[in-house]
Ligand binder design. Structure first.
Ligand code: DLZ
Length: 154
């Protein structure tokens, strides 16, 4: 049985013209994270977020997203989106990076002053990442931006 994804009614996403959004982007697998970033920005702008209200920080890899997001939470934004792409290799590095990043971002949601959205692809191969960053399974950056608007509007 496949999982039941949550379908968003795009007419039902709140207006985002008053929101300040922080986006932290990992440079590792940058062709993927660039497309995720483009998806997020396009969605935010379609909901009227002004470009000057979108702050972007780049970090070297997904492991550094937690620190970058913690910095971003202190910049007075309403919500932070963490964008990364981890692709499984031959060693356990994948598991360490994924676990540390997910747990770190979870901790920021508990202790920080604004929500942090988890837009980190954790794929077995590059094709899965391409499919989810503007390919046949859509753009998870866009979905993350929708989640960001919803969380900031709570
Ligand atoms: C080292 C590493 C590896 C092997 N793979 C990835 C990856 O697939 N995606 C990613 O975002 N980062 C990777 N990194 C880099 C780590 O996230 C981190 O930047 C370094 O270990 C330095 O702390």
């Amino acid at each position: 049985m496949s999982s039941e994804s949550y379908k968003v009614d795009s007419n039902n996403i709140p207006d985002a013209s008053n929101l300040k959004i922080g986006i932290v982007v990992s440079r590792w697998n940058h062709s993927i994270t660039d497309n995720l970033l483009k998806g997020s920005i396009a969605l935010l702008e379609s909901k009227n977020t002004a470009p000057e209200n979108i702050q972007i920080i780049y970090v070297p890899g997904s492991f550094e997203l937690v620190y970058g997001c913690r910095k971003m939470q202190k910049k007075g934004v309403d919500v932070v989106i963490a964008i990364g792409s981890v692709i499984r290799g031959e060693t356990k590095h994948f598991d360490f990076i994924c676990n540390a990043t997910a747990n770190g971002i979870k901790d920021l949601n508990i202790s920080g002053n604004c929500p942090v959205i988890f837009c980190v692809l954790t794929d077995d191969n590059i094709q899965q990442s391409i499919d989810r960053s503007g390919g046949k399974f859509g753009n998870k950056g866009k979905e993350a931006a929708i989640a960001a608007i919803q969380m900031a509007s709570i």
